[in-house]
Design a binder for this molecule. Structure first.
Ligand code: CP
Length: 363
């Protein structure tokens, strides 16, 4: 368990000079539960297992009217702000639904043109304003490091509150990684668990923040092999490969996506992240013909393997695959709602009440 360090006892400059692994202890509570959720590295195998178990229990409790009543009373005294500076469907809505399930009242700013940012207010002042009215801020931002800055700023005020990173810059999307781990666990429940599996990532691995977060979390599971299949210009960053080497994880970097399909336990497709292009049409020049999953590829995918995608997709997975039982991307996004419920309940210490309710009523 990470031993808590205090964000109000370190200067912003010293904090930013730490590696993300060194920052992790500053993001947890004294009891080991997460407080701010900013990076994948703040989770450990034990906390991942606890979150996945809790998500499953919430999912089962929510099947009955009494269960829904119980859940919706757990955090009825809390309010959350959803501040999304970039487009989102799944992350926004699954957080929204998760808060509703737990009884949390919600407000949102998705369009800065109707906030006082239009009058020249800084992003920092905007978020500090939200902190006056709410108990938690869930934030998506194109600016790498901004969620960290806000977590540090708010931890140094009289009214600290948890910040959840719902996608920041090209770097991290930690709660997507949590739902991906939950999806992998559920998918391999009857085939030996997540250990010893071969995960193939394909697409824009250079700018896809979901892969960067998930790749790190997978290092907690023994004997997982990770393959990165992408054109050279979109290949995974050296920082992730170094991370895997440090963790003694076997990996493979290749241009031959189609060759990996018969050996994969999970194929994780991603779209081109052309919103990060530095010149107009830059991504269109990249030949992606060999980096899509087609109906014909289903024939070569092992029977127990799965296809994942953080979504939204363009054409990197043929719609002909959508109703195949191995297409896990629809279930994956619903898993996002359950794991986000589990995460929020844990941040506010209501995991104990949920586990007790489950033991008394459903075990
Ligand atoms: N996976 C994901 O982050 O989807 P949205 O952009 O729709 O939130």
């Amino acid at each position: 368990m990470l031993k808590k360090k205090r964000l109000d006892e370190i200067s912003w400059e010293d904090y930013t000079n730490l590696t993300q692994e060194e920052q992790a202890p500053y993001l947890v509570q004294a009891n080991g539960r997460p407080y701010h959720v900013l990076i994948a590295q703040q989770f450990e195998r034990e906390s991942l297992d606890a979150l996945c178990d809790l998500a499953t229990r919430i999912r089962k409790i929510a099947k009955s009217k009494d269960g829904m009543r119980f859940l919706s009373d757990l955090l009825a005294h809390k309010r959350a702000m959803l501040y999304f500076h970039q487009p989102s469907s799944r992350t926004f809505l699954s957080f929204y639904a998760a808060c509703q399930i737990l009884g949390i009242a919600l407000a949102e700013v998705r369009d800065p043109s109707i906030s006082s940012e239009q009058k020249g207010e800084s992003l920092e002042d905007s978020v500090r304003t939200f902190s006056s009215y709410f108990d938690m801020i869930i934030m998506r931002t194109p600016f790498q490091g901004f969620v960290d800055k806000m977590a540090w700023i708010l931890s140094n005020t009289e009214r600290p509150l948890p910040i959840i990173n719902a996608g920041s810059g090209k770097d991290q999307h930690p709660t997507q990684a949590l739902l991906d781990i939950y999806t992998l666990q559920r998918s391999f429940e009857k085939s030996g668990g997540l250990e010893n599996k071969h995960i193939v990532f394909c697409g824009d691995l250079k700018r896809g923040r979901t892969v960067r977060s998930l790749s790190r979390l997978l290092t907690f599971y023994p004997n997982i092999k990770q393959t990165f299949a992408a054109p050279d210009s979109l290949q995974i960053g050296e920082d992730i490969l170094q991370y895997l080497r440090n963790a003694n994880v076997e990996y493979n970097v290749t241009n031959d996506f189609k060759g990996t399909i018969p050996e994969a336990d999970a194929i994780y497709m991603t779209r081109i992240q052309d919103e990060w292009d530095t010149s107009p049409g830059e991504s269109k020049k990249i030949d992606l013909t060999d980096y899509s999953f087609t109906g014909a590829d289903l024939e070569r995918l092992p029977r127990k393997s799965i296809i994942m995608h953080p979504l939204p997709r363009r054409n990197e997975i043929d719609t002909a695959c959508d109703n195949d039982p191995r297409a896990m991307y629809w279930r994956q996004m619903r898993n996002g709602m359950w794991i986000r419920c589990a995460l929020i309940a844990t941040i506010f210490g209501r995991d104990v009440a949920i586990n007790n309710y489950y033991t008394l009523n459903l075990k």
